[in-house]
Write a protein that binds this ligand. Structure first.
Ligand code: SF4
Length: 167
């Protein structure tokens, strides 16, 4: 039997809300940040790679990562007044990431793994591919441990689906 979309999002949201799962995911982000620091690759912060259509690539991740991200940013106070960040309009047809604001990432500290591992510098391709594969293996193990369905999706479509399912 196949789980419905709403059931899948409920499972991912419930898992993402567990402290130990959040710690595992945060640990993987911290790990890649450390590896980036040692790699010598650097982001020019041009914001071009976040405008997917014009850059010519797409961002993909698991439903569990999308659910965890939505739980994180929904609770992130970014204004001096202490208010939460307003959720952006998520349109899978928009050119680029809905979290890019004025050319910069508005969720830098919580941005997904795929954003952290990508560099447009020549010579970074093999390095990225190895880290990405290792990360995907970790994610598959985590899904198996948790008994969660594993699904891989385009970032904006995943965000839109998550939002449609209450996240
Ligand atoms: S989350 Fe941030 S870094 Fe990732 S694509 Fe969106 S704007 Fe770019």
């Amino acid at each position: 039997m196949t789980a419905s979309d709403s059931e899948l999002w409920r499972l991912w949201r419930d898992a993402a809300g567990r402290q130990e799962v959040g710690e595992r995911l945060r640990g993987l982000l911290d790990q890649i940040d450390q590896q980036v620091g040692l790699s010598g690759f650097a982001c020019e912060q041009s914001g071009r790679c976040c405008r997917f259509e014009s850059f010519g690539h797409r961002l993909y991740m698991t439903g569990l990562e999308v659910a965890w991200f939505r739980l994180l940013v929904g609770a992130t106070p970014v204004f001096e007044s202490g208010g939460s960040m307003p959720l952006p309009v998520i349109d899978p047809k928009r050119d680029g990431c809905p979290y890019q604001v004025d050319g910069a990432c508005s969720v830098h500290g919580d941005r997904p793994f795929a954003c952290r591992v990508f560099f447009c510098q020549a010579g970074s391709g093999d390095w990225q591919a190895q880290r990405y594969e290792a990360f995907q293996n970790e994610m598959k193990h985590l899904h198996e441990e948790l008994g969660l369905p594993y699904r891989y999706m385009e970032w904006r479509q995943g965000l839109a689906d998550a939002q449609a399912n209450g996240l």
